[in-house]
Design a binder for this molecule. Structure first.
Ligand SMILES: Cc1ncc(COP(=O)(O)O)c(C=O)c1O
Length: 391
C-alpha cells in the first residue's frame, strides 16, 4: 500500500487546516476543494446546457449511475439497492413508516439515553401511533455495550432490531455482525444506522446481514449536506411500502392501476438533490482513492495521540473501549470539574472545533472526531489546549 502525502493533501484540498483545527467530523466534515469544484461544475453545466436538456439529462443519469456504483462498492451491495435520500433520519423514517405494523408488534433497540435521537424518536412515534412495543436493551457499561444473551431473549415475538453501527457519543463499534446473525436465525428484520461508520470504518451490508441501512453524505464521507443513502435489500424492498409517489417512482395503467417502478426508483418520487449528488460522487471518489484501510489507520493514529494525552489530564474521565479495534476515531471525555459546552466554546475561541454530546448520564461530554486530514500535531496541540483550559 503506497503512502499518502497527508501534508500535501491538507495544503491542497483542505484550506481549513491552515487556520483551524477542525475535529468535529462526526457532526459535519468539511468537503475537499475537489468536491466544491465538482458541484460548481455541475451547476455551470446546467446553467450553460439547460438544466433539463437532452445532454444535461444524459449527464445527470450517468452521474447518478456513477454515484450508485461507488456507494455499492463502499457498502458491498447491488447498485439497485442504493436509494438516494436527504439524510439518515429520512432513511430510518422510511423504515418506520413503510412497514406494515400491527398492534402488539415489537422492536428491539437501545434506549433513548444511549442512542442518537434519529434512531430513537421515530420508533417512539411509531409506538405511540400504532401501539408497537419498544423493548430496550440494558447497557452493560458506560460505552454503550449490551448483552447479546439479553438481545436473544428480547427478540422473541419481535419483528425488527435497530442499532447504530458506531455510537455517536462514545465511538464504540457495536457487534453488528453478531446481531445480524441473531436476527437472521430468528427471522427478524435488521436496520442499521451507519451515520458514524460509513467513510471511517469498513461497512459491509452482506457481512452485517442487515435489511436496511442509512447514512448521510456529510459526515465521514465528506460530502455536502442534503444528500444521504438509504440501503434497502431487494428482498426487504418487497415488503417496504414507498411513502411518497410521483412521476419518478410509479406509472398508471389504462385501467388506472398504479405500478411502482423497480428499485431504487420506487422509493425516489420526484427529482433528487442533483448538485448534492455531484458533490457526494466527487467526495466518494476522493475517499475511495485514499482507501478505507488507510483512512482507518490514519484516523486511529491521530485518535490514539489525542486519547493518550487527554487521559493524562487530572479530573478527566475517558469514554470508549480500551481495545482499539472496538472503537472508531471518536475520542470522548468528561471534564469532571468543568462544563463541557463551555470548554467547547473556549476551544473554539482558540480555533479548535470539537463538540459537546450526551453520554447517557445527563451531563454532556466533549467529543473529538478526527478524520484523515487531521494531523498528529493537531492532536497534541488540541490536548495541550484542553489541559491549559482545565487547569
Ligand atoms: C448515529 C447517528 N444517527 C443519526 C444521525 C442523524 O443524521 P442525519 O442528519 O443524516 O439524519 C446522527 C448525526 O449526528 C448520528 O450521529
Amino acid at each position: 500500500m503506497s503512502e499518502i502525502d497527508y501534508g500535501q493533501l491538507r495544503d491542497e484540498d483542505y484550506p481549513i487546516t491552515k487556520k483551524t483545527i477542525y475535529m468535529n467530523n462526526g457532526a459535519i466534515a468539511p468537503t475537499p476543494l475537489s468536491t466544491i469544484k465538482a458541484m460548481t461544475d455541475f451547476m455551470l453545466t446546467c446553467a450553460e446546457g439547460g438544466p433539463d436538456s437532452p445532454s444535461t439529462f444524459d449527464y445527470i443519469i450517468s452521474l447518478l449511475d456513477e454515484l450508485r456504483t461507488r456507494i455499492a462498492h463502499l457498502i458491498n451491495c447491488d447498485h439497485d439497492e442504493v436509494v438516494l435520500v436527504q439524510s439518515t433520519t429520512e432513511g430510518l423514517n422510511m423504515v418506520m413508516n413503510g412497514l406494515d405494523w400491527k398492534t402488539g408488534d415489537a422492536i428491539v433497540l437501545r434506549g433513548g439515553r444511549h442512542e442518537h435521537y434519529s434512531n430513537y424518536l421515530p420508533w417512539v412515534a411509531l409506538s405511540q401511533k400504532k401501539g408497537v412495543q419498544l423493548k430496550e436493551l440494558a447497557m452493560t457499561d458506560e460505552n454503550g455495550y449490551f448483552d447479546l444473551a439479553q438481545l436473544e431473549k428480547l427478540i422473541k415475538g419481535s419483528q425488527l432490531i435497530t442499532l447504530s453501527h458506531v455510537l455517536y457519543n462514545t465511538g464504540a463499534i457495536m457487534p453488528v455482525e453478531e446481531v445480524g446473525r441473531i436476527a437472521q436465525k430468528n427471522n427478524l428484520l435488521f436496520c442499521v444506522d451507519a451515520a458514524q461508520s460509513a467513510g471511517t470504518i469498513s461497512v459491509d451490508v452482506k457481512k452485517i446481514g442487515c435489511h436496511f441501512m442509512a447514512f448521510p453524505g456529510f459526515k465521514w464521507l465528506c460530502g455536502p449536506t442534503g444528500i444521504g443513502v438509504f440501503y434497502c435489500s431487494k428482498k426487504a424492498s418487497e415488503i417496504l411500502e414507498p411513502l411518497e409517489i410521483g412521476g419518478e417512482s410509479a406509472t398508471l395503467s389504462e385501467q388506472n392501476i398504479i405500478a411502482y417502478l423497480d428499485m431504487p426508483a420506487r422509493f425516489q418520487a420526484s427529482f433528487r438533490n442533483f448538485p448534492g449528488a455531484a458533490g457526494l460522487e466527487a467526495s466518494l471518489r476522493y475517499i475511495l482513492r485514499i482507501g478505507l484501510e488507510r483512512i482507518r489507520k490514519k484516523n486511529m493514529n491521530v485518535a490514539s495521540i489525542l486519547r493518550e494525552e487527554i487521559a493524562k489530564i487530572p479530573a478527566v474521565k475517558m469514554y470508549g473501549p480500551d481495545d482499539e479495534s472496538k472503537r472508531s476515531s471518536i475520542v470522548t471525555f468528561m471534564p469532571q470539574k468543568a462544563d463541557s459546552s463551555t470548554l467547547v466554546r473556549q476551544l473554539a475561541q482558540n480555533r479548535i472545533i470539537l463538540a459537546a454530546r450526551d453520554t447517557g448520564g445527563g451531563k454532556k461530554a466533549v467529543r473529538a472526531a478526527p478524520h484523515f486530514f487531521n494531523s498528529e500535531e493537531e492532536a497534541s496541540i488540541t490536548a495541550s489546549h484542553i489541559k491549559d483550559l482545565l487547569r
